[in-house]
Design a protein around this ligand. Structure first.
Ligand code: HPA
Length: 279
């Protein structure tokens, strides 16, 4: 019997393939307020998520909804300008469908970005954090369903989700463009509420440095399928209770805007370095 989850990805893949024969080397997901990077690459073609029948479409402001195919300093990339989140009501298998699709298009390396709350009190709003590891315990696994044997094993190893060679590439990229890079553990919660101060204390006790509502499920799906993964958080705000300030999506977007020049430089350099790492 065909696996329904896999059949859906394949159906979306076929539609994209009918629209472009572009083969990306690196897949990139642009997080909340970080989508402007897509306007700066050498664009070959774009595909709106709305034009792919069955594809999950984001409802969040600050998230455009399209694939952008093109080149960053000669590296063939596919960018997701906007992603869907679990809190929008999609099942996890839909949330990670775009990741699986980009890997099927040919990308063997994935660079994830997001806006995140700073849990580590040594961080400041506007910092960038390279994700070294994650905590997925509070979200359903995107691999819950019949296993897609064509993509990966039933019980995949997660001892190195964020590939060492790509982490080194991101570090080199940060030093080459003079961006200070924090590093740490990202914990994904479902959202859409921001956390309470007590929940943030819990996250800190568990070893988290940053918290957010995306990325981990995508990293798991990519590792399951054997891709190399790197991820960068933009710390758009300190998490609840770290300062007395209430949290808002406006603040998240404002900070992302404020650091967007630096972020775009970091991303460009990171893609170039990651492109040079063997598949
Ligand atoms: N919590 C959860 N998700 C987030 C935050 C936060 O403080 N900031 C940006 N995304």
């Amino acid at each position: 019997m065909t696996n329904a989850v896999y059949a859906k990805v394949q159906n979306c893949y076929q539609q994209v393939r009918n629209m472009t024969d572009f083969v990306p080397q690196v897949a990139v997901v642009l997080g909340s307020g970080l989508g402007a990077f897509a306007d700066e690459i050498d664009i070959v073609t774009t595909i709106s998520y709305h034009d792919i029948d069955g594809f999950p479409v984001s409802t969040v402001s600050g998230h455009a909804g399209r694939f952008v195919f093109g080149y960053v300093d000669g590296v063939p990339v596919v960018l997701m300008q906007g992603r869907v989140h679990y809190y929008e009501g999609y099942p996890m298998t839909d949330v990670v469908l775009p990741i699986r699709l980009m890997l099927m298009l040919g990308a063997k390396k994935l660079l994830l970005t997001n806006a995140a709350g700073g849990v580590n009190t040594g961080f400041q709003a506007g910092d960038f954090m390279m994700i070294t590891d994650h905590i997925s315990t509070f979200i359903p696994s995107p691999l819950i369903s019949a296993n897609i044997d064509e993509l990966g094993p039933r019980f995949p190893d997660m001892s190195e989700v964020y590939t060492k060679s790509l982490r080194e590439a991101v570090r080199r990229a940060a030093s080459s463009c003079g961006v200070q890079l924090q590093q740490g553990v990202y914990l994904q919660l479902t959202g859409p509420c921001y956390e309470t101060p007590t929940e943030i204390r819990m996250c800190r006790m568990l070893g988290a440095d940053a918290v957010g509502m995306s990325t981990v499920c995508e990293a798991i799906a990519a590792r399951h399928a054997g891709a190399k993964v790197a991820a960068i958080s933009c710390i758009t705000n300190m998490a609840a209770g770290v300062t007395a300030a209430p949290l808002s999506h406006e603040e998240v977007k404002e900070t992302a805007d404020r650091v967007s020049v630096q972020f775009k430089a970091l991303l460009r350099a990171a893609i170039k370095e990651i492109g040079a790492v063997e598949d």
